[in-house]
Write a protein that binds this ligand. Sequence first.
Ligand code: NAP
Length: 291
Amino acid sequence: MEKVGFIGLGIMGEPMALNLLKAGFNVIAYNRTEAKADVIIEAGGENGRTPKEVAEKSDIIITIVSDTPDVHDVILGENGVIKGAKKGSVVIDMSTISPSVTKDIAAKLKMENIEMLDAPVSGGDVGAINGTLSIMVGGNSEILERCKPILEAMGKTITHCGTNGMGQTTKLCNQILVSVTNMAVSEAVLFAQKSGLDGGKMVEATKGGAAGSWQLSNLAPKMIDEDFAPGFMIDLQQKDLRLVLEAAEEIHLPLPALSYVHQLYKSNQANGEGKEGTQALYKSVKRLTPK
Ligand code: NAP
């Protein structure tokens, strides 16, 4: 069985690494803040002191860290994966980052005979804990076949989307879909309420038809109950929307609806609501209307 290196034991990474251990893989784990690796070691994993050391001890190296510069650092940095990885090993980056930087990283790894898959995920911490993530993969299909047993220990739906960068591009499409739909749901809830219609009735009557969506079923009831506790935080969503807008800029593509949602989330952040769930978009829409 291939040895799996795991870099980044945050909200997502820790349960994903635990699922790999449960599936019987040898896991060599690294986290920048070392103490966070204790859970993995207690569960039977091994510790690596740097991404380089993790790569030296592994055949497949997974990274799931915060943002584009962080992935660049742990893979190509001074003590990065590239400094320790064996020829023929594979890096699977499961963070959500820039598609174009992903392509550059893959090209630099390829020059050292190291393969790469970009494999960002959706499904949140619940999907990570339950091993039911949706995984969107960019890269060579034979490499994906080799890595499938590893991905299957963490996710339920694994889709090969194309060459390197296309997994990240798919994830950014996912973020356009969830954000712009959230905007429509916020407007519909507010429109119902301002018109004297019970918001719950509106959701009940529309969710089974053509207007149905995950956002309508799950976020509209929270908007109605004024429950703004995070499932997915606005601050995190904004990082992804920034990635979408940067990638759209690179291809000179206007995204007016997404840009508008990004600005409204900015208003949430300016109002101290960045740590609230994305359903708090409703509050920004509400603030646009007179009392
Ligand atoms: P998180 O809990 O904030 O964890 C981030 C991890 O990255 C931590 O282990 C952190 O180490 C590490 N890290 C950050 N910068 C680093 C650097 N420069 N060098 C080394 N390690 C670094 O974040 P998360 O929620 O697990 O998210 C991780 C990735 O998954 C992100 O790209 C996110 O967009 C994506 N994602 C998240 C969700 C979600 O619901 N949370 C869903 C889908 C996708 P320290 O412990 O030392 O800070």
